[in-house]
Write a protein that binds this ligand. Structure first.
Ligand SMILES: *[C@@H]1O[C@H](CO)[C@@H](O)[C@H](O)[C@H]1NC(C)=O
Ligand SMILES: *[C@@H]1O[C@H](CO)[C@@H](O)[C@H](O)[C@H]1NC(C)=O
Ligand SMILES: *[C@@H]1O[C@H](CO)[C@@H](O)[C@H](O)[C@H]1NC(C)=O
Length: 341
């Protein structure tokens, strides 16, 4: 299967057509908001599922592109593409993909992402990566050219209380303290310090990253699986019995220069804030405290201003949520309900 989508390469900023199965080299890529993905999702280690072709409608121009092969149709705006994804345990070959996803979250923050990626791969009894299903169940050839090592998402937890373990954990702790001091109110600052300094409170950093246009529905099985893994780890007395979770969410604040409600995907008024992972807005409801900050200067421009779809500038922000681990079930239910509406 060859699936095409219009992607924006965050490094070159170009809007080009890339293959989903082989995204643009080393670039961090993300999908345009306007392409809609239909997908099925499996949590599995070996299952291979058939992925199917595209169904398209509507107009729009065709961007010619250098890295695509012939024979295929041009990308059409509003195209729907069906892709099958599956959740799997992270393995060594996912290193690069995971690191790229972490990079889209942390940007230039002082965190050793190689170290963090290694940690996420090492704790292989917890967490999943989102991969595209192998499209051809028959071809098990080792020399199959379409070995798809691309990681479309990752969901996992990092124990922030286990500070001696790795460099990245102490960096994450410092980062949280630092950012909360700069951007949080007094209550938030003392909460963060209390949680991080008091070793009787285990704090986990919830990692919930994926390509921007992979729909929030994918989060439900991933989170449920994570919860199951946490239960299992706990019952085996492994160090994953958390009291609190920290979640760093990616937001975009829209600066409507020209007000034009082109897409009214929600019936509400135009959103001033766009959550990159829509389900994370639900986590805010259960958060004890939160703080946010602008990361415009940290990001390499690409996401701001270059989106010709909407006539508004999108400024990237981060919002840090701190919520009790006991609310995880509740929040998964709420997310499920939200997505059913
Ligand atoms: C990041 O961590 C890796 C692996 O732990 C280490 O080899 C590397 O030197 C670290 N990089 C920096 C800049 O500290
Ligand atoms: C995190 O690590 C610390 C230190 O090793 C450990 O005592 C704690 O139980 C771990 N946290 C969780 C939630 O298991
Ligand atoms: C946005 O659209 C304008 C005209 O509508 C065009 O001149 C400009 O190059 C476009 N910018 C990008 C980044 O595509």
């Amino acid at each position: 299967m060859t699936v095409f989508a219009v992607l924006i390469c965050l490094r070159c900023g170009n809007q080009t057509r890339h293959r989903l199965v082989k995204p643009h080299g080393a670039c961090v890529i993300s999908f345009l908001f306007h392409s809609v993905f239909l997908f099925t999702f499996h949590i599995t280690s070996t299952m291979k599922k058939r992925a199917v072709d595209s169904k398209q409608n509507v107009e729009s121009d065709s961007s010619s592109d250098d890295d695509s092969s012939g024979e295929d149709e041009e990308y059409k705006g509003g195209e729907q593409i069906q892709v099958d994804f599956e959740g799997r345990i992270p393995v060594d070959s996912d290193f690069h993909g995971i690191k790229q996803l972490l990079l889209q979250l942390f940007l230039k923050a002082h965190v050793n992402l190689s170290d963090l990626t290694e940690l996420l791969i090492k704790q292989n009894y917890i967490g999943s990566v989102v991969k595209q299903c192998d499209d051809d169940p028959e071809s098990d050839d080792e020399d199959d050219m379409n070995v798809d090592d691309d990681v479309y998402g990752i969901t996992s937890v990092v124990n922030l209380t286990e500070k001696k373990s790795m460099q990245c954990v102490s960096q994450l702790r410092d980062l949280l303290k630092d950012l909360s001091t700069k951007h949080g109110d007094d209550r938030t600052v003392s909460k963060v310090n209390q949680l991080l300094d008091d070793d009787s409170h285990s704090v986990g950093l919830l990692i919930n990253e994926r390509f921007i246009n992979i729909p929030p529905q994918v989060a439900v099985p991933l989170l449920m699986n994570l919860r199951k893994e946490l239960e299992k780890a706990k019952s085996r007395k492994m160090p994953f019995d958390f009291h609190y979770f920290v979640l760093i969410c990616k937001l975009y604040k829209m600066d409507h220069t020209k007000k034009k409600s082109k897409k009214n995907k929600n019936k509400e008024a135009e959103p001033e804030i766009l959550w990159s992972n829509a389900e994370e807005e639900v986590f805010l409801e259960v958060a004890d405290c939160s703080f946010e900050f602008c990361v415009k200067d940290d990001s390499d421009s690409a996401l701001g201003g270059k989106w010709n779809e909407s006539d508004s500038e999108m400024t990237p922000w981060r919002k840090v949520l701190i919520f009790p681990a006991s609310k995880l079930d509740d929040v998964i239910n709420r997310v499920t309900n939200m997505l059913q509406q």
